[in-house]
Design a protein around this ligand. Structure first.
Ligand code: G
Ligand code: G
Ligand code: MN
Ligand code: NA
Length: 254
């Protein structure tokens, strides 16, 4: 496949870049951090979103290499923003299940933090529910190893898989990201709203911080605030933007 051959060259040719989407406090609107989202600036096809090429990166075994680049770049970005006068922001980086299993993630993360001179507490990894569901013992051990570095762990797209919250108790997680499909439906379907409420209640009992993904409207934001959800992310505040975009939106908010 042509795209696959092109992926091999994309790294050398610096065609990958990161966009960032803000994560805000629902209590006071403060920007607490960002999620890094991989993009591919393809020479002919233009900007490609990760959904279109990450599965391919995984198939051809390039994900560990690209994943290490993502971690290095994201950690350095935090310091670059600080030098530009922004407050320090928490950096959330996505890690796929395959990447989690295939790379020596602890070593890769340690190196990224050291290379950027970023204190570990500012980095968070977003893990997927599919990872949680497979190989529990090995996964839990690897997660504890990562936690020992001082970073935070969150569970992405929560609610789409089949893990119950009581099952989650076994995993060293800090934050739960409520999948955007529930946020999207909760104002129209009482059953989705009930699901969001029960996720929030149980997350609280497990002492997990909750963040709602895909918040697109004011009523969604207000409702989540009423329910006691702590943080939000979504198009309502900002789409994923290049690094300079974070600088201008933070300065705009001052
Ligand atoms: O194409 P779209 O933007 O919808 O794809 C988003 C998907 O790509 C999400 O599942 C997101 O977690 C994933 N993703 C974005 N950036 C990265 C990355 O740097 N590494 C990994 N493993 N997944 C990423
Ligand atoms: O799986 P993950 O949550 O990492 O995927 C993040 C994806 O969600 C990115 O592709 C991002 O562009 C997208 N996204 C972020 N905010 C919104 C939103 O408010 N609405 C929609 N439809 N997508 C969003
Ligand atoms: Mn994510
Ligand atoms: Na998500």
């Amino acid at each position: 496949l042509r795209l696959e051959a092109e992926l091999h060259r994309a790294l050398e040719r610096n065609e990958f870049l990161l966009f960032y989407q803000p994560q805000l406090s629902l209590r006071n609107g403060e920007v607490l951090g960002v999620e890094a989202l991989l993009q591919w600036k393809h020479p002919e096809r233009g900007m490609l979103s990760p959904g279109s090429f990450i599965p391919l990166l995984e198939e051809c075994g390039l994900m560990p290499q690209v994943g290490a680049w993502v971690l290095d770049t994201a950690c350095k970005q935090v310091l670059q923003w600080q030098e530009a006068g922004l407050p320090r922001l928490r950096m959330a980086v996505n890690v796929s299940a395959l990447q989690f299993r295939m790379s020596n993630l602890t070593a890769v993360v340690r190196q990224a933090l050291a290379g950027a001179r970023l204190p570990a507490e500012w980095l968070e990894l977003e893990l997927t529910e599919s990872l949680i569901l497979e190989n529990a013992e090995t996964t839990i051990r690897a997660m504890h190893e990562l936690k020992a570095l001082g970073i935070a762990l969150s569970l992405d797209d929560f609610g789409t898989g089949y893990s119950s919250l009581s099952y989650l108790r076994r995993y060293p997680l800090d934050r739960l990201k409520i999948d955007r499909s529930f946020i999207n439906e909760m104002m129209s379907y009482p059953s989705s709203a009930a699901l969001v409420r029960s996720i929030l209640a149980m997350a609280k009992s497990l002492e997990l911080i909750t963040i709602a993904e895909g918040v697109e409207t004011m009523p969604q934001m207000e409702y989540l605030r009423t329910l006691g959800c702590e943080e939000m992310q979504g198009y309502l505040f900002s789409r994923p933007v290049p690094p300079e975009g974070i600088v201008s939106l933070m300065q705009r908010g001052e």
